[in-house]
Design a protein. Structure first.
Length: 289
């Protein structure tokens, strides 16, 4: 009885192994799992899918030992990631080796950091998506991103913006998803739009690549930080943010870059005696009369 069971187990095991060898020989299994597609069919389907993206026309597809390989060149790191995503989601594909080279302009790390920071703050500001809270560090073209985002959508947007920036060879994701970053996303979007529109209404800022105004959010309180060109634009920005539905309080930490002419004149004639008390130029003139 025991001998008969052993014989049956051996026969079943042998049949399974034989079927597995036939599957590998036919090109199914390994990187491919579709019973209706051969290796060439899968390669052709992946190549056609890649060719639909104009940024991936230089990417080629091959296979070796059951692994689908991507090669060629792209202009940005994000294009390399997009190609892998397309291939990995094609029917029949299980394993992808990404050997695509990123041919992007050679840029110094400080300039890469500046470019990424600007894109994170302004590239989607018209939609209310800005990310001044994300820290950016570049090391030999590799960008490290650190900081909180609200959800998976913001997470994907941040990675995409960084990866599609000139000079970036790779992106290291150190982001954290914090759903409580702002409970009311509509309020956050409206605040970011108000900041974007006010700053861009100032000719001085429209000439600059950098718009140095940041906003942080906590329990209905908006804190505005950075610098703005003059008092008029500052008052206008504060008023617009206060008018946003859902904002209960606005903390003003903005610095005015242009002081009024009268104040500048007074500061030019300010004198500080040894005692440390400042007196104005007008007071000096009155004392000499």
């Amino acid at each position: 009885m025991r001998l008969r069971k052993c014989i049956i187990v051996c026969l079943v095991f042998g049949s399974l192994m034989s079927a597995h060898r036939q599957t590998l020989a036919s090109g199914k299994g390994g990187a491919y799992e579709s019973a209706n597609m051969s290796v060439k069919d899968v390669q052709r389907a992946v190549q056609e899918a890649l060719n639909r993206n104009p940024h991936l026309l230089e990417v080629s597809v091959s296979s070796s030992r059951g692994v689908l390989s991507l090669a060629g060149t792209v202009a940005h790191y994000q294009d390399k990631i997009d190609a892998e995503t397309v291939a990995a989601h094609m029917p029949g594909v299980r394993t992808v080796r990404n050997e695509i080279l990123v041919k992007t302009p050679v840029i110094e790390d400080p300039e890469i950091e500046q470019k990424v920071e600007e894109r994170l703050r302004f590239a989607r500001a018209d939609l209310g998506l800005t990310f001044p809270q994300i820290a950016v560090q570049a090391v030999k073209g590799v960008v490290y991103l650190t900081g909180p985002v609200k959800d998976s959508v913001e997470h994907a947007v941040v990675l995409s913006l960084a990866g599609s920036t000139d000079g970036v060879l790779s992106v290291k994701d150190r982001l954290s998803v914090e759903p409580d970053l702002l409970a009311d996303e509509t309020t956050r979007t409206r605040v970011n739009k108000a900041i974007y529109r006010e700053i861009n209404s100032d000719p001085e800022n429209s000439r600059s690549a950098d718009i140095p105004v940041k906003a942080s959010f906590a329990n209905g309180t908006v804190r505005l930080m950075g610098s703005i060109s003059d008092s008029e634009h500052k008052d206008s920005l504060l008023s617009k943010v206060r008018d946003v539905y859902g904002v209960s309080f606005v903390e003003d930490a903005l610095v005015v870059r242009k002081q009024p002419a009268v104040m500048q004149s007074s500061l030019q004639y300010s004198i500080s005696p040894c005692g440390g008390t400042s007196i104005s130029g007008q007071e000096v003139a009155n004392a000499n009369r």
